[in-house]
Design a protein around this ligand. Structure first.
Ligand code: NAD
Length: 246
């Protein structure tokens, strides 16, 4: 796999799955631009990569402000000439019971996890159409197949991500733009380590591969789906979960 001269944008690229994805694409020769929610976290991520001898650029547009996203994407295209691969990875989760969840909390998950994917994709797609090629990859979740026992907004948002993935795959196929998603199971990142151990342990016990996934497991799936080896794969939600499906 060779990503020399490929320009990759990764949202939610400052930590966890996103940062590991940035790192992986850099290792395979791509030019990578990471997005984060704040200037400070973007700078920290770039500095962390720099210590490893890797060079990435970063921005922190408000993903719910389409005009701001578009301005950022236009700046990137002016500087790099194109965007080959977009990875919509930024996301937040939830675990409260429905009675304890406010409408504001529900809306804020949908805003980032769904409208954020819509806004960045909408801004990037015209530039991909111009090149008559491109790859859009979304971070879904295994809860997008079977839900979860609390935090209803989170699976709701990931079902929507699957809907966006399958629909855009059809809409954009005539322009040779492929659209797929990766559905991680339980991956060892901040998002998971903030959950109570009594919630995590029974979940690991049910994983046939008997371990949590690593951010690199997900980054490798993105790498494959972004590569020409996946040139006939579009509209797919790929489970990467150690067979923990139920
Ligand atoms: P994380 O919390 O470590 O990272 C989340 C990323 O999203 C960060 O880079 C952060 O900057 C960004 N982000 C958060 N709020 C934002 C906002 N308001 N605006 C812009 N960016 C924002 O989480 P992670 O575990 O690496 O999750 C990454 C993706 O993977 C998410 O979409 C998540 O739903 C999905 N996922 C994670 C797991 C898991 O087990 N960790 C499982 C399934 C799916």
């Amino acid at each position: 796999m060779n990503f020399q001269n490929k320009v990759v944008v990764v949202t939610g690229g400052t930590r966890g799955i996103g940062l590991e994805t940035v790192r992986t694409f850099l290792e395979y020769g791509a030019k990578v631009i990471l997005f984060g929610s704040r200037k400070e976290t973007v700078i920290n991520a770039i500095n962390e990569l720099e210590k490893e001898g890797k060079k990435a650029a970063g921005y922190y547009p408000n993903l719910n402000d389409y005009e701001e996203v578009l301005k950022t994407i236009q700046e990137i295209v002016t500087q790099y000439g194109k965007i080959d691969i977009l990875i919509n990875n930024a996301g937040i989760s939830a675990n409260k019971k429905i009675e304890e969840t406010t409408s504001e909390e529900f809306t804020s998950i949908m805003n980032l996890n769904v409208e954020g994917v819509f806004n960045v994709s909408k801004a990037v797609i015209p530039f991909m159409k111009k090149e008559n090629s491109g790859v859009i990859l979304n971070t879904s979740s295994m809860v997008s197949f079977y839900g979860q026992p609390s935090g209803v907004g989170y699976p709701a948002s990931k079902f929507a991500v699957n809907g966006i993935t399958k629909s855009l795959a059809r809409e954009l196929a005539p322009f040779h733009i492929r659209v797929n998603a990766v559905a991680p199971g339980i991956i060892n990142t901040d998002m998971v380590s903030s959950l109570p151990p009594e919630m995590i342990k029974p979940l690991i016990d049910k994983i046939p591969l008997n371990r949590m996934g690593t951010p690199r497991d997900i980054a490798n799936a993105f790498l494959f789906l972004a590569s020409d080896m996946a040139s006939y794969i579009t509209g797919v939600i790929l489970p990467v979960d150690g067979a923990a499906r139920n």
